[in-house]
Design a protein around this ligand. Structure first.
Ligand SMILES: Nc1ncnc2c1ncn2[C@@H]1O[C@H](COP(=O)(O)OP(=O)(O)OP(=O)(O)O)[C@@H](O)[C@H]1O
Length: 452
């Protein structure tokens, strides 16, 4: 993916940006806004009623010391630590020692000890945490634990997305970190869609908050790992290298259009086997508002569970959350799915957030819980120049307006990809998964994220 190298912003501009951010978030000083609504609840300028995070709040802060350029820990200390202390967010720092360390920790953790799980890393560590929570016996409750993201990686797609959803001007690098630090201190919790992702090997599913990619984007993401030392610029380098040896990938793509999905009863209420309501009105999941407050009782045993009528899952052996839109991968897709006529692609990208990286503005009108998978694919036959133009436009979020005849965009609820090319890369949230048939469906507002 093409990304411009982040330039170091002059100190004066950095200070001005920080001031603008503080004004934007109504912070005259980090503590003021936090205490202003303490215990009483409050009303934002947009009419959303919320209460304030319980103080002191206890967060498990997971840091991947190798993420990005390997500076996540020092970035946290220099830019966020004091902010959290002032806002009364106490945390226990956990520095991950290896891949899947965080996943195992949250799978076993006593979650009643924590008001939030905060990730200071790239999107990969959050992917581990989400999947660790969904692997628990008590996943329904566990996945309601508020999650926080502080950008410490090289892509930082979710961090860039929540900054964008907050309505602030685009920023990158340390400014993005400061912005996400403020969001964390504010402590407003939104619901976030997750997609369940099935691979051909076995019954285990993955849960994804960001993307499924195949072809050009997935190749660049993985091949550019070797340029990690240059930070965010690794995607620019990777894009140029991959453009020079542009490949075509063969496969079959099918999807369930979003509009088709609604009459099948895929309303937000029955996408989940249980609806969990916090006793406090302020914490009730709301589709219109999609936001509530980082409130400990939402994650406590006080939550009242109400069973809803749920369609019988197609795979009755599937434990946990049913995927009512999917049939097993060895069966043909249902008749109301669209099978894409093309079989030669340059890329397939399914995204559920606005950003695919700090400066890749993939879906301008995406929101955290719109219950939509934004599916894009590029047909074979596109020239290198046109593809480069497309990625440059994605930096500004204008690629969908460019009328590129090779780019197709659809809003979908579920999709299936069956690659025919014997070799290739498929990524889920930027992590490589088994290459082969894959399908996914969106689940509205399944997780909760400290955002806005
Ligand atoms: N201590 C560790 N040592 C090695 N790998 C780790 C460690 N902690 C986490 N990981 C793994 O490292 C991979 C990359 O992590 P992450 O995505 O957070 O950073 P990044 O790749 O720099 O960021 P981005 O995804 O935004 O580009 C993930 O697969 C994660 O599981």
């Amino acid at each position: 993916m093409l990304r411009t190298s982040p330039k170091r912003t002059p100190r004066v501009t950095r200070l001005a940006n920080r001031r603008a951010m503080e004004e934007h978030f109504c912070f005259q000083g980090p503590l003021l806004a936090v205490h202003h609504h303490a215990e009483t609840g409050g009303e934002r300028h947009d009419g959303v009623v919320y209460s304030e995070v319980r103080r002191p709040c206890r967060a498990m802060l997971l840091v991947n010391p190798h993420s990005g350029k390997g500076q996540a820990l020092s970035l946290f200390t220099s830019h966020v630590q004091r902010m959290l202390n002032e806002a009364g967010v106490s945390y226990t720092l956990v520095v991950t020692e290896r891949q899947n360390h965080a996943r195992e920790m949250v799978r076993e953790a006593d979650l009643s000890q924590w008001d939030a799980l905060v990730i200071m890393s790239g999107d990969g560590l959050l992917f581990e945490v989400v999947n660790g929570l969904m692997e628990r016996e008590d996943w329904e409750e566990a996945i309601l634990t508020p999650l926080g993201i502080l950008p410490g990686g090289s892509g930082n797609a979710l961090a860039a997305s929540i900054h964008h959803y907050s309505g602030a001007q685009p920023v990158s690098s340390e400014e993005l970190l400061v912005s996400c630090g403020f969001l964390l201190c504010k402590g407003l919790v939104s619901h976030m869609d997750l997609a369940s992702v099935h691979l051909s090997s076995g019954p285990t599913r993955l849960f994804s908050f960001l993307s499924v990619a195949w072809g050009f984007v997935a190749d660049v993401d993985i091949e550019s790992e070797k340029y990690r030392h240059v930070g965010a610029a690794r995607f620019t380098l990777g894009t140029l290298v991959r453009l020079a040896s542009l490949r075509v990938y063969r496969g079959r793509l099918a999807y369930l259009p979003a509009d088709e999905a609604e009459p099948r009863g895929e309303s937000p209420q029955n996408q989940r086997p249980f609806s969990t309501f916090c006793p406090s009105d302020l914490c009730r999941p709301s589709d219109s508002v999609g936001q509530n407050t980082f409130h400990n009782s939402c994650n406590s045993n006080n939550a009242v569970r109400m069973k809803t009528s749920e369609p019988v899952p197609p795979n009755a052996t599937q434990k946990g959350l049913p995927d009512s839109l999917l049939v097993p991968l060895d069966q043909p897709v249902p008749s109301d799915w669209v099978v894409v006529p093309e079989e030669d692609f340059v890329l397939m990208l399914a995204v559920y957030q606005s950003h695919l990286a700090e400066d890749l503005y993939a879906v301008p009108d995406s929101t955290l819980n719109d219950s939509i998978i934004h599916l894009m694919y590029v047909r074979a036959g596109i020239s290198r120049t046109a593809l480069l133009r497309l990625f440059l436009a994605m930096g500004k979020g204008t690629h969908l307006e460019n009328n590129c005849p090779h780019l197709v965009y659809a809003r979908v609820k579920a999709l299936r990809l069956e690659p025919f090319s014997p070799k290739g890369v498929i990524t889920v949230d930027g992590e490589v998964v088994e290459y082969g048939p894959i399908q996914a469906q969106v689940h509205r507002g399944l997780a909760r994220l400290i955002a806005r």
